[in-house]
Design a protein around this ligand. Structure first.
Ligand code: T1G
Length: 691
């Protein structure tokens, strides 16, 4: 045997235990002994039944993602599943934690699946730009039906054991000693005797398929795939399961898998999987986490209310502080309305709504924050106001409490000077709506204690956020780069591109929407206020705002919005305004293609990311990718701006930046030394920015 796989036979039931921390991934050093153990047990008369179980916190969570892109070592998972299906005696998978991807496919090779009631079962390969490559697309439909299988495989979302039982995926759900129950199930099944039919030979559920409904579902899912290949491949593979003989469908699945796994999109999405986990890691040996049980939020406006909801959603009691009872009441009313909307949409149960609202305590007295372990201010974005708040916090917060500012660009170092405990001060930059958006930039000030950073980074995951530790600069990582991405917008429009052409270049690239539509959604007045505060102008955007065109909220912005609609419609008045402004400035208009739009927006985005790396504001290039994918909708199939720079070709990016620098004279196009270095070496590591 091996340290990763052990076998014990008791009362005629063989238990094969996989032990490969942390998630029992099917690494090569697991697959080989697992195959050998099953081959032996198949022919061992002392084993009347076989149970496959896992040590540790979870059943097999999938193939070992770190092995992709490397030479494949035999046996592959497919061979293990095929071997399982030659075993005549009952085989049972004992599932706890998460049976995901190859883990669920291993379980599908068994005759039966016994799951702990808290277990989750799913095929999330699509999130890695893949499809189930171990037979999941042809076996899962045979148990749950083609339409349920299609939904699970294209969404990648796992289901709970109870739902799995109802769907026919799990044969028993256990509340108690899973292994004992699985062994009993196996033993009793063996005693009953009979023929145990492998999943591959079960076709009754498939026969029920309404192919027209299936195809309609697949078409709808494809429409939402936004340029990603994997969802389409998943749908094709499940369609094959319905229409082709098993072995042909299995071979077709393999061909689709091989194509995806070597493609850029899957490489990009696998990069993001590991990047998200790296981004939350705070350097420092044996960092102790502080205990966070109660959270205080100052400010019950849009941001404060959203942040408070994020913590309540994570099960934390929240003290919500406002300056007056009326303001507090308004804030709570908005929170209650948000929860009511979720209940009406069916995304939240009434019970959960009550439970979450029960976690809130309102106050207008700072003293009520004394029992909070983390206090986050989300007050007006003004340095003097924030320093006053932190001065008060310094007086009331308990020793060791973490004091966080939700500022989106102010200097956290300066804010920290208004307390006697700068080690406890950091930034928690949430993105609006804070109860929905996943990205959380954790701002590390000069004196922030590493354990405070590590505590908040761990906490982020508990409230469903993706944390990235960033340094102090104007706009931190995301908003600073957003400025760079938008710096050329006005020039592009004045020189002849229409808002629709700019936005189409972005959506064709894979963004959910372009900068003009995004501005109309957020409100053009926000940028207008920021520009005025910093003495900046934008000739077209300022004029739109002066005319009251703030975007969707006023029915007009870059686009027109018919009453109630959120769909942007071209506005001839705006295009006329742009031409007029261009004429006043003596700028000749011309046709501007999508390539030029991308070069003049996304290359400066990458260049700014390189500067951020150079300045140490981000520890890794992959951290920047995590920010942009989770905070701004950068297409996951391109892996984030820094990963995409490698796909696009850094040499070309540098050359084109130099071209636009020459042609426009604008500094935003001056290639950063770190970007030049990346073009030379092909690696961001040269500057400590590991990719
Ligand atoms: N392979 C390698 N490492 C993995 C891994 C995997 N499948 N899953 C997790 N890890 C590492 C992770 O990088 C981290 O490492 C540590 O384990 C803890 O993970 C053939 C082709 C299981 C829900 O997509 O969803 O099977 O940072 O921080 O929050 O058809 O991990 O500690 O060094 O996420 O408790 C399909 C991916 C693979 C599941 C646990 N399976 N994993 O979450 O811990 S493709 C997946 C997860 C496949 C087959 C196909 C989660 C989790 P480190 P963690 P967690």
């Amino acid at each position: 045997m091996s340290s990763s796989v052990s076998v014990a036979i008791e009362n005629g039931v063989a238990v094969v235990t996989i032990d490969n921390p942390p998630v029992n991934a099917l690494s090569f050093h697991v697959r080989r002994p697992l195959y050998e153990a099953l081959a032996t047990l198949r022919d061992d008369p002392s084993a009347r039944a076989i149970v496959i179980a896992c040590a540790g916190r979870t059943f097999v969570a999938g193939a070992d993602i770190t092995e992709f892109g490397k030479p494949v070592e035999q046996p592959e998972l497919r061979a293990i599943v095929a071997l399982l299906e030659t075993i005549a005696k009952p085989t049972v998978a004992a599932i706890h934690g998460t049976a995901l991807g190859g883990g669920l496919e291993l379980a599908l090779g068994c005759h039966f699946r016994v799951a702990d009631q808290g277990a989750r079962l799913g095929l999330p390969e699509v999130k890695l730009g893949l499809l189930p490559g171990g037979g999941g697309t042809v076996r899962l439909p045979r148990l749950v039906g083609a339409e349920k299988a299609l939904g699970m495989i294209v969404s990648g979302a796992p289901i709970l054991a109870g739902e799995a039982k109802a769907a026919g995926l799990a044969d028993a759900v256990v509340d108690g000693d899973l292994l004992a129950e699985a062994i009993r199930f196996a033993s009793e099944t063996a005693d009953q005797g009979g023929v145990f039919i492998a999943v591959r030979d079960r076709n009754d559920r498939l026969a029920e398929t309404d192919l027209a409904a299936f195809d309609a579902q697949a078409t709808d899912l494809a429409r939402k795939s936004r340029g990603l290949d994997a969802p389409l491949a998943c749908a094709e593979a499940v369609h094959n399961a319905i229409t082709l003989p098993f072995d042909e469908a299995l071979a077709a699945e393999r061909a689709l898998f091989v194509k995806l796994v070597s493609g850029d999109q899957s490489r990009a999405q696998r990069h993001l999987f590991f990047a998200e986990r790296e981004a939350a890691k705070v350097p420092g040996k044996d960092l102790q986490r502080r205990t966070i049980e109660r959270v205080g939020i100052i400010g019950a406006g849009t941001m404060g209310g959203g942040i408070a909801m994020a913590f309540a959603n994570g099960g934390f009691p929240v003290t919500l502080l406002e300056t007056s009872a009326e303001a507090l009441q308004r804030g709570m009313a908005m929170i209650e309305k948000n929860y009511a909307v979720s209940v009406s949409r069916g995304s939240l149960t009434e019970e959960a709504r009550e439970q979450r609202l029960g976690l809130f305590k309102g106050s207008t007295d700072y003293a009520d924050l004394a029992d909070c372990d983390l206090i986050i201010e989300a007050v007006f974005e003004d340095m003097a106001v924030k320093k006053e708040v932190f001065g008060k916090l310094d007086a009331v917060a308990r020793p060791g409490a973490i004091l966080a500012t939700n500022t989106s660009y102010l200097d956290v170092n300066e804010i920290a000077t208004s307390t006697a405990r700068p080690r406890d001060v950091l930034g928690t930059h949430f993105f609006s709506p804070a109860n929905v958006m996943k990205l959380l930039e954790i701002v590390r000030a000069e004196k922030t204690a590493p354990d405070a950073l590590a505590t908040v980074a761990d906490l982020a995951r508990r409230i469903g956020k993706v944390a990235v530790v960033v340094g102090v600069c104007h706009g931190f990582v995301g908003n600073r780069m957003l400025s760079a991405r938008g710096a050329e917008n006005e020039f592009l429009l004045l020189e002849g591109a229409t808002p629709g052409q700019v936005d189409k270049a972005f959506t064709d690239f894979g963004w959910p929407m372009g900068p003009c539509q995004m501005g109309d959604l957020a409100g053009l007045d926000i940028g207008w206020r920021n520009r005025k505060a910093r003495g900046l102008t934008a000739v077209i955007a300022d004029t739109l705002c002066e005319e009251g065109r703030f975007g969707q909220k006023t029915g007009r912005g870059w686009y027109r919005y018919e009453s109630g609609s959120r769909e942007p419609a071209t506005d001839p008045e705006v295009e006329k305004l742009i031409r007029t402004k261009a004429g006043e400035l003596g700028i000749a208009q011309r046709e501007i293609g999508a390539d030029e739009i991308i070069e003049r927006t996304l290359y400066p985005l990458i260049n700014e990311g390189a500067k951020i790396l150079q300045e140490g504001i981000a520890a890794r290039a992959s951290d920047i990718d995590v920010v942009w994918v989770n905070g701004y909708g950068f297409p996951i199939g391109k892996g984030g701006p820094m990963f995409w720079a490698g796909l696009e070709g850094a040499v070309r990016i540098v050359e084109r930046l130099e071209y636009w620098r020459q042609r426009t004279g604008r500094g935003i196009f001056e290639p950063a030394p770190v970007l030049r270095r990346f073009a030379e070496t092909g690696s961001w590591e040269a500057v400590g920015g590991a990719l």
